[in-house]
Design a protein around this ligand. Structure first.
Ligand SMILES: [Zn+2]
Ligand SMILES: [Zn+2]
Length: 128
């Protein structure tokens, strides 16, 4: 990215413009803008300005820190687009092989309680 593009991103962010709008305005991909803004945030921890994960607008964190979205409607939109983000880990059921999604690594071994029971009977030694 060129320096003047970076400058424009900064300026548009201050104006409260979203990633997509900025990306279109300066002719780069939305991801480029996003990663640039993320890097900026990391290098400037003191500023600690938070931006909405959905629309990229600055969030008022003076009342409540740790917010990720400017409004509830943005939060809902984001979760609709990322239904699996809450469960970033995938594995396969040790019994039937069905894909399972987990919040934490190795959180689950089976897709259902039924598979858990079935697998235990199959093992035969009743261990546990
Ligand atoms: Zn938003
Ligand atoms: Zn299963």
């Amino acid at each position: 990215m060129m320096d003047n593009q970076k400058h424009l991103i900064d300026k548009m962010r201050l104006d409260g413009d979203g990633y997509l709008k900025i990306a279109k305005a300066i002719g780069v991909s939305e991801n480029t803008v996003k990663s640039y803004c993320r890097r900026q945030k990391n290098t400037d921890k003191k500023g600690a300005q938070a931006y909405c994960a959905e629309c990229g607008k600055p969030i008022d964190t003076s009342k409540r820190s740790g917010r990720r979205f400017c409004t509830d409607s943005c939060r809902i939109k984001w979760w609709n687009k990322h239904p699996k983000a809450e469960m970033p880990y995938t594995a396969h059921c040790a019994c039937c092989g069905k894909e399972i999604h987990m919040r934490r690594k190795n959180e689950r071994k089976y897709c259902s309680h039924r598979c858990y029971i079935t697998a235990r009977y199959k093992d035969g030694d009743g261990n546990g």
